[in-house]
Design a protein around this ligand. Structure first.
Ligand code: KG4
Ligand code: ZN
Length: 334
């Protein structure tokens, strides 16, 4: 079999990533984050686009060097087509097109949400088909029935905010920085879930997090009115309680889907799957309900180009190449 060497680019939000895959094996995975958003409490799209411009060439260079692959030997270049922020997506898209044209190689478009699921095929253990994957990120919360590498069915999703957004917005109310998920995770480890927040009643496998966000906001507002240093005194317990509720909402839907569809291979993906309590509770549920559970390494949960590379590898095998006229799609569906 001829060698398949793929360069993959990720630029959907605020991480510039490049990765090299050789015959489906990851050889490098470089990510440059963007601190510029911290002082704004969220991602500023125009600042993100500019930072991607600055990072993309050095990040690609490093990915090729670490992989010890010359750019002339790359057989295809892949990029994230969407969903994501249009400006950042355009940077990756334009770079990939230029690289494809200059080296006369095919271009491969990758759906970012499909890639989060495919992160499970970067390293062992890999889930067997069919399996259920709960993907929870900053912009999406989805339950996906995965029937084959590139054959997926969306069976449930959030009707409003994403799980990551629930973490980020709660962190903002608590006066923590951005992104809030990892900070809540860290604080929660020092506390106990002593406060109870409501679980939304959503039909089927759909989610809703906006009611929870409002409940948290009002709870903090009312208690701070009575006790001005309420947050300061209870920060660790508040974080543990918020985290417990978000994680239990996610797991209860997986439990329902697993039972009704009779599938016991359960995977989690996306930035929120880096959450330590989510990972621990998934294992607890796994033991209780006899599931085999799959959690990618943290570096493959949050945005990265390795997940784009592995998806592109399977697309290359199917010869699913994109035309050079392709444009990014901010709301691309899975
Ligand atoms: O998948 P991702 O890196 O980017 C998107 O595609 O959105 O996900 C980012 C989201 C953010 O909302 C961030 O707060 C959340 O993932 N996140 C976490 C943790 N690490 C990242 N949420 C909870 N606990 C974590 N440890
Ligand atoms: Zn993502």
């Amino acid at each position: 079999m001829p060698t398949i060497q793929i360069l993959a680019i990720e630029s959907s939000c605020d991480d510039t990533g490049a990765s090299v895959f050789v015959n489906g094996q990851m050889r490098s995975n470089i990510v440059a984050g963007q601190d510029v958003h911290k002082e704004w409490g969220g991602v500023v799209p125009e600042l993100a686009s500019r930072a991607h411009h600055q990072h993309i060439v050095p990040v690609v260079d490093k990915a090729l060097k670490v992989a010890k692959v010359d750019k002339k030997d790359i057989n295809a270049v892949a990029f994230t087509r969407g969903p994501g922020l249009l400006g950042p997506l355009l940077v990756g898209n334009s770079f990939a097109k230029g690289f494809a044209l200059a080296n006369d190689i095919p271009l491969i478009e990758v759906n970012h949400m499909q890639a989060h699921v495919m992160a499970h095929f970067i390293e062992d253990p890999k889930p067997p088909f069919p399996f259920l994957c709960l993907t929870a990120s900053g912009g999406h919360t989805q339950i996906i029935l995965v029937e084959d590498y590139l054959n997926t069915k969306l069976i449930g999703q959030t009707r409003d905010d994403a799980a990551g957004e629930a973490f980020d917005k709660s962190a903002k109310v608590l006066g923590l920085g951005y992104p809030g998920g990892p900070l809540i995770d860290e604080w929660a480890q020092k506390g106990k879930p002593t406060f109870t927040f409501p679980e939304p009643k959503m039909p089927g496998y759909d989610f809703s997090f906006s009611g929870l966000k409002t409940a948290i906001l009002y709870f903090i507002r009312d208690n701070t009115a009575k006790t001005p240093d309420f947050i300061e005194k209870n920060l660790a317990d508040l974080c543990a309680s918020i985290q417990e509720r978000i994680v239990s909402i996610l797991l209860n839907k997986i439990k329902k889907a697993s039972k009704e569809l009779n599938i016991s291979d359960i995977a989690i993906a996306g930035g929120v799957s880096a959450n330590s309590r989510f990972r621990a509770m998934l294992n607890e549920y796994g033991e209780k309900y006899n599931w085999s559970t799959y959690t990618p390494k943290n570096e493959f949960c949050t945005d990265n180009a390795a997940m784009i590379g592995i998806t592109a590898h399977y697309k290359y095998l199917r010869k699913e190449f994109a035309d050079l006229s392709i444009t990014p799609s901010a709301r691309l569906k899975i």
